[in-house]
Design a protein. Structure first.
Length: 316
């Protein structure tokens, strides 16, 4: 009988318990359904004693950073406030694990931890949508995947929640066949297993309640040009409509103007960067198309009732 595949789950404080459970349970069920011990697993944390999830659940672990057990796959599992939990010791341990030949993976915001080590450079990575802006801005060497998980890469990753189950079922299917993967999903009463190509967030059409391809394309153009915001005329030209037609589309479907909608996109992203990264206020403003710090501060305060500087102080 082949040796079981061993997985280590390195839990970072404030990790997402839902994603953690969805990663471990398919392995247990695969053993149960097959009648064979296909998988074994262990848990680790920085202090070697326990880790606490964002919901307050404490998990007792088997190892610390200095004695990570040998594994076929070591998953970094994290959640909210991940930036404050990335320590020098954690990064060094992950680099050592990689040098020992361990295969690494990431769940929920775990890709951010691996990004800090440099080990994700040149790779595709899935991460929870709340960290898309931070990852894209701070780590341009990483190819951000907006899908629920990435499996066709040396470093597999899942965006969190149910996506962890999607990834594990995919890996089970790759190694032991689709019949077992299907049997595991049935035991989980999980009837909507998603493929690797599934988009992580709802479509622009669904999010904005419209079915206009031209409006969707205009929004896509705006999202991709936040650092150098285009004028309404430039967007209209790319979409292939007149400026007045574009304004009518925004008024009809979104009850706003293209200019105001673009400003909201820029402010949303600036708020995400202030909360998710350690970029300076000036750097955040520039990344969102505000060349004047005073203008950035004024419009940010008008939108959120707080200055960018005070927003940053709330999270530091």
């Amino acid at each position: 009988m082949p040796k079981p595949e061993h997985l280590v789950f390195l839990l970072i404080d404030e990790f997402t318990h839902l994603a953690f459970a969805n990663a471990v349970e398919p392995l247990r069920i695969a053993n149960l359904v097959s009648g064979v011990e296909l998988y074994t697993w262990s848990f680790a944390s920085e202090n070697g004693e326990s880790a606490t999830a964002s919901n307050g659940t404490t998990v007792v672990v088997d190892a610390g950073l200095s004695n990570l057990p040998a594994s076929d796959l070591l998953f970094v599992v994290s959640g909210i406030n991940v930036q404050s939990h990335v320590t020098a010791a954690l990064k060094a341990a992950l680099r050592r694990a990689r040098s020992r030949g361990f295969r690494l993976g990431a769940i929920c915001s775990g890709a951010y931890v691996l990004a800090e080590t440099g080990l994700l450079d040149g790779h595709r990575a899935a991460i929870h949508w709340a960290y898309h802006d931070a990852l894209q801005e701070k780590f341009p060497e990483i190819s951000l995947a907006r899908t629920v998980f990435v499996a066709d890469d040396p470093i597999p990753s899942a965006s969190g929640g149910a996506a962890a189950a999607d990834l594990m079922l995919h890996l089970i299917g790759q190694t032991h066949g689709e019949d077992l993967s299907l049997a595991v999903s049935e035991q989980m009463v999980y009837t909507s297993v998603r493929a690797e190509t599934a988009e992580q967030k709802i479509s622009l059409q669904a999010r904005h309640g419209n079915r206009s391809p031209r409006l969707t394309e205009a929004i896509r153009i705006m999202r991709n040009a936040i650092e150098q915001p285009p004028s309404t005329a430039e967007v209209a030209r790319e979409v292939g409509v007149s400026t007045r037609q574009l304004e009518r589309l925004f008024a009809q479907h979104l009850k706003t103007t293209p200019k105001r909608f673009l400003m909201e996109l820029r402010l949303e992203r600036s708020r995400a960067l202030l909360i998710q990264t350690d970029m300076s206020v000036v750097e955040v403003g520039l990344a969102c198309g505000f060349s004047s710090p005073s203008h950035f501060s004024r419009v940010y305060r008008e939108a959120f009732g707080i200055s960018p500087t005070n927003q940053r102080r709330l999270v530091v």
